[in-house]
Design a protein around this ligand. Structure first.
Ligand SMILES: [Zn+2]
Length: 490
């Protein structure tokens, strides 16, 4: 899509998500009020109020889980002094040309430049170095949610690959021993699984990355992948076991009291952000718009009174009856709003559907007369009449049921798309047709590379955490109990 074309805002969802995912995705982001793409800087966009609400619901989840795990929220400046950025030469070489650089003050010829953070390490670890003197200063366990900036040259896509990555959280920890850092890694694995499964309703696939894909000197990394409707694999969060690699570059060390020698800290870092929302939109949305899992819905319930235009007195009663529901739901922790605009019910139903509100309560003269309400669920389009006195319990059950149903639907999609192959040509065909291939893989770099060469954008993104019955590697034939996730990645 050219930048000129982006200037026209779409008015309807004009594509099917499985046939033309990027068109569907771009339409829905704008029409549902998540963002405005017309800001005149490539791969930067304006968050609209509904988008902020949606993102913040997900952010609330990670804030709460990190708080429960006693990981403290911090904030570091977005500008990184050049000398900090250069402390890790390998990192600097990798990022210097895809960073944005800023200059402050009036002396524009001054050589000193500030890097706009592409990742947190060079802003955070020089401070860790100042904070750690003895083993008692460890562990450090903090996170921040900020923007990151990268001058992306690949094809960009909002919330998936932007030049300003907004709502990006990063956890950084430092520990006295490897054992402690191993435990920390497992904790973050558990937290991320919980976010995916219990809140976002998506069976994201965790994989282990091979050594050569990690930072030199790191112990290892795990990454999550989500399958987009077009079959492409999207990296969606990572947990990195940095070992002592960064501690050595940034001098994060302490004096061991017993042995008297200097010891480097062990570190874990993890990060994700807007891609969670991208996965929610892509996984659960349909031809009518967004569908939010209730636990991350910006608004779980919309109440829509259906007016009788000829009887103003009755209309007032229906309106009051509708508004009275709000405190009832508030008492059980469910946020609801009344859409009392004098628009046709059809128009207001449409708006609630586009925005992915999980449940709408419809109240017309009949419901009012019989002290009932009609519940409509966004995921299946089914309606059910319930007595007003039972509303609280019915709503709780319905929201739980929608949450579970969306997960089951997503799981079915993931199961259909992932298939085990022992024949490379068949695996390649499957990927060309939008599938993800699971293949036996010996963990050698040459087989990794051979798989990447089978097609444009093809990649073995990592190996599944589980072990399997031994089978021949799909490339070299040597026996292995490891299986790789192989597909077309973003
Ligand atoms: Zn092999």
């Amino acid at each position: 899509m050219t930048e000129m074309e982006e200037q026209k805002a779409p008015e309807v969802i004009s594509a099917d998500k499985f046939e033309n995912f990027s068109k569907w995705y771009n339409d829905i982001l704008v029409i549902s009020g998540i963002l405005d793409r017309r800001y005149d800087l490539k791969a930067m966009f304006v968050w609209l109020p509904y988008g902020i609400k949606a993102m913040r619901k997900i952010k609330d989840v990670w804030d709460e889980l990190f708080e429960e795990a006693d990981i403290g929220e911090a904030y570091f400046p977005l500008l990184v002094p050049r000398q900090y950025a250069q402390m890790n030469d390998e990192w600097f070489e990798g990022f210097k040309n895809e960073a944005f650089w800023a200059q402050g003050g009036v002396d524009v010829d001054r050589e000193e430049k500030y890097m706009l953070r592409p990742t947190g390490e060079p802003a955070i670890y020089p401070m860790f170095s100042k904070w750690v003197k003895t083993a008692n200063d460890l562990p450090i366990r903090i996170y921040e949610t900020v923007s990151s900036f990268r001058y992306e040259s690949k094809q960009t896509m909002n919330l998936i690959r932007d030049r300003e990555i907004t709502f990006w959280y990063e956890i950084h920890t430092a520990h006295a021993t490897k054992e402690e850092s191993d435990k920390e890694l497992e904790l973050h694995f558990k937290i991320n699984n919980e976010i995916w499964h219990d809140y976002l309703g998506i069976p994201a696939i965790p994989v282990e990355k091979p050594q050569w894909e990690c930072f030199p000197g790191a112990v290892g990394a795990r990454e999550y992948y989500t399958i987009m409707p077009n079959g492409r694999l999207l990296e969606n969060g990572s947990i990195n076991h940095l070992g002592q690699a960064y501690a050595k570059k940034f001098n994060i060390m302490y004096i061991d009291e017993n042995e008297g020698d200097k010891k480097y800290a062990w570190q874990i870092c993890t990060g994700n952000g807007g891609r969670y929302l991208a996965a929610v939109i892509a996984t659960h949305g349909d031809k009518n718009g967004l569908i939010f899992p209730p636990r991350v819905a910006p608004l779980p319930v919309m109440i829509i009174p259906i007016f009788n235009t000829k009887d103003e007195e009755l209309t007032e009663k229906i309106l009051k009856y509708s508004n009275d529901i709000i405190p009832t739901l508030k008492r059980i922790g469910i946020k609801a709003k009344v859409d009392d605009r004098r628009l046709s019910p059809g128009q207001r139903f449409y708006d609630a559907e586009i925005k992915g509100i999980p449940v709408r309560i419809e109240i017309g003269p009949k419901e009012f007369a019989e002290e009932e309400v009609t519940l409509f669920r966004r995921d299946t389009f089914k309606r059910k009449k319930v007595k007003m006195e039972n509303l609280a319990n019915e709503i709780i059950d319905l929201l739980n049921d929608i949450q579970n149903n969306l997960y089951e639907r997503a799981k079915q999609f993931y199961n259909e798309r992932q298939k085990y192959f022992d024949d490379i040509e068949k695996a390649v065909d499957w990927i060309h047709n939008g599938g993800t291939a699971i293949v036996s893989y010996c963990e050698n770099e040459s087989c990794w590379d051979a798989l990447a060469e089978k097609g444009e954008g093809f990649e073995l993104v990592g190996t599944l955490i589980d072990r399997f019955e031994e089978a021949p590697c799909i490339i070299c034939g040597s026996k292995t109990d490891k299986r790789g996730v192989y597909g077309h990645s973003y």
